[in-house]
Ligand binder design. Sequence first.
Ligand SMILES: [Zn+2]
Ligand SMILES: [Zn+2]
Length: 1022
Amino acid sequence: MFAPLPDKPDHDALEREILALWERETTFAKLREQNANGPRFSFVDGPVTANRMVLGVHTAWGRTLKDVFQRYKALRGHHQRYQNGFDCQGLWIEVGVERELGLNSKREIEAFGLAEFARRCRDVVVRSSQALTEGSVRLGQWMDWGNDYFTFSDTNIEYIWRFLKLVHERGWLYLGHRSTEWCPRCGTSLSQHELTQAGVYQERSDPSLFVRFPLAERPNESLVVWTTTPWTLPANVAAAVKPDAEYGRRENGEWVAVARYPDERFATRALGQELVGLRYRGPFDDLGPGGEVEHRVIAWDEVSLEEGTGIVHIAPGAGQEDFELGQVNDLPVLSPVDEAGRFYDAYGWLHGMSTSEAADQIVGRLAEQGFLLEAGTILHRYPHCWRCDTPLIWRVTDDWLIAVGDLRQPLLDANATVEWTPAYMGKRMDDWLRNMGDWNISRRRYYGLPLPFYPCECGHLNVIGSKAELEERATRPVEGLEELRRPWIDEIRIRCEACDAEVERIPEVGDVWLDAGIVPFSTLGWESPERVPEGYGTGAAKGLTTADLPDHAYWETWFPANWVSEMREQIRLWFYSQLFMSVVLVGRAPFERVLGYEKMLDEHGREMHSSWGNTIDAPDAFQRMGADVMRWQYCAQPPDRNLLFGFGPGHEIQRKLLTLWNSCKFLVDYANIEGWQPTWADLENGPDGALEPLDRWLVERTRGLVAEATAGYESWLSVDVVRAYEAFIDDVSNWYIRRSRRRFWDADPIALRTLWFAVVQGLRAVAPLMPFLTDHLWRVLTAPCEEAPASIHLAGWPAQAEVDTALLAEITELRRVVELGRQARATSGVKLRQPLRALVVEGAPLAERHVEEIADELRVQDVAFGHVEASELRVKPNLPLLGPKLGKELGAVRSALQSGDFEELPGGGFRVAGQELSADEVLVEREGKVGWAVAASDGVTVALDLHLDDELRRRGRVYDLIHSVNTLRKESGLEITDRISLTIPDADADLLEHQDWIARETLAVSVETGGAELALARSNAA
Ligand SMILES: [Zn+2]
Ligand SMILES: [Zn+2]
């Protein structure tokens, strides 16, 4: 006996039950033990940021894909690493803690105390890592929880130090002085790759000002410039013109580019180069720094004639291109704002104001003094801090950078060895590598990797490569260093190796992508002399993980990763930083294959934002749709398109999964009636004995599914597995079971064996995608088999057999004919139960052997294969294609088509009005002649004869009657095997002609007429 199944699954309850079973039966440990000597498959987990207190559905997506492919590889016997990682440093963590503590600036953090701040940051990581673990376990992700790596461990930090020291030894590390994007709230610069993250560029409304710069030597003449950042005007030192562009002077003395104002009349015109060298008065010359500058017109080929006035205001202290232009033209650099984006004291009445506060004041002042020509607003895309959403500004600062010049080609070469899915993501990586600038690795923050740079006044830069080296070179004994981190590390001074002077560390911390990029080395024990049990739990990670620090031999074994997977955004982030660090350290890519995927949006295609109330937390989704349904939604998504995730699509999937559930329930119900038992060996070999053609087809269909699923997993496309399975389960339910009902009523053991084989093998094919439901159904369906492994996840991958593709193609064609027949019926308005006289089929030769099944399915008496005479052909020109092609001829073609004056050509084309048109140049409609219904697709056409006679009508009424009786049986609570005595209304007496038929279909032992109502009673007669 099988345990009976309820009408539908309660996903949440069922999943929690399975989780408890896995725990009790130590299923995952058994799986790993089973595969311990198998071939290796190396996966390296990209660390998840440990700053959220609940798993989000977007994080659950990536976790699902990782789990799916690891589970598949495990079913195939692969020995694997299951180490999860947490990203623990940087602004992600800091900004959260600042909010919690109500701190608003770096000054306030320092007043709060860096040691306590660091402890609070660590505490966030501790709590978040617990919450994320809990959510991931509930999702069904099998990882080596508790042996995680944490990027804030001293071990990880030391590995990055080694990397940086090597970079320095090779001469690639330098302190750059340049203009850079700066977050005034966070008080730090950002690197180029941080600006590529989602959400950085946002629509924003800014002032749009046209400002007059009076020319010094030409009274009553002025230059007109345009700016959207008023705060940069006090830093103005030059105005740039395009040397070969034409400029015009208006009657009132204002100079602008002619190309920008083509309709204006100018008093005089001049080339840009004639204006170069002219001096002008700056609008803020009354403020100290501006007054000391000699403002002049310079030449710049890049001046845009697409926007503004064609004269560009240049402030090298407040813009990237401005700064570079300033270097070339030897311009002074005025830096108007401090780290917090507030004006320095030297700027008089502006001092202490933020750049946005200053904007209004500046506009007012310009107007007052006659510099302002026009003030409006502009809506444009402007960069924001990816962490705190503050609009960025530009500042000139000193940042530590890694020069990428020497590395660009080796990086491109390394990327060429990587197999990317989807392939275009590999090209994106190439584009990035070709265009990236030097890597800005320093951040003026607190909770991050301490950069081990100790510059000395003698000019020597000391770079420390390990904790041991730090201790050795420290000027005083290093004791009780809580963590290799600020503020503790800042107290340690070392001796300069060049001049023996005492030097201190720079205060900056490192870019977080260094933390994650080093993972393929720091977690695998690269150049580690020996394995240290539980050795990864160092520094801040102490007590959080029991992961070992492996030795170098281990690294050799597991590096490079066979496969990694993250969302597309990581191309310029984690994939990049890993590739970069790996090419520096060992000259090759750290991964062989990558699965990337696009973004998640809500089900209506909008970004998910907590302020819009459309974000979903995973625990909510577990409860309302179930982890399996979420996973199915993730896996059904082609990775090259955005996922529209939500409860609506979740319901749709639940509905689809009901087809699977109902098929299993059908099997269980009928098997239990007869006490039928499955045979374990059937699973590997397929059922034997006297199989009917339909059984043989289902066996082949199942083998076909295993082959398709294997191909899907092997090409990292879960979507292919999902599609194959959905088609398969539709075939099982809507073809095999439908066509075999009578055999199940008769408890035909071959039908039961065949269905059991198909359903159970099918579950195995999708076990990695949907680990709970498949394991639950596996446990129900294999319970009678002693040999069956306790869990589907311990059962290995189904054996693959040669597939009879010809047979599969034949039934596919048969199902298409039936499907088209149903469509034709649906358009005709004749109900399904009404038998019809004839069906004509054209273009489906493989289905010809299945005339009886077609007749039965479509309830027609006669099925003929041949030309569909019944159809009328309507052909219209496909205008977007034919318009340009035919030009004037189009009219003649169109009227010939309209009057039916054309000839059909093989291959779907037409000859008309002296033209040959291909199949895609015309739109073809086939319409039935009066009394016929036609449907066509993919080269198959069917036509249904809709003419009814008395006998057809009577047979239609018999079908109606059978349907009513069976509905009544269910309503009366009869078992499916109960026999009945049936009384039909007197008005239906003429149907007694079909008495035997009615009795057979309703399990009636007697059929009589009487009264006006249908009536039935359970009969005790056998
Ligand atoms: Zn910020
Ligand atoms: Zn020195």
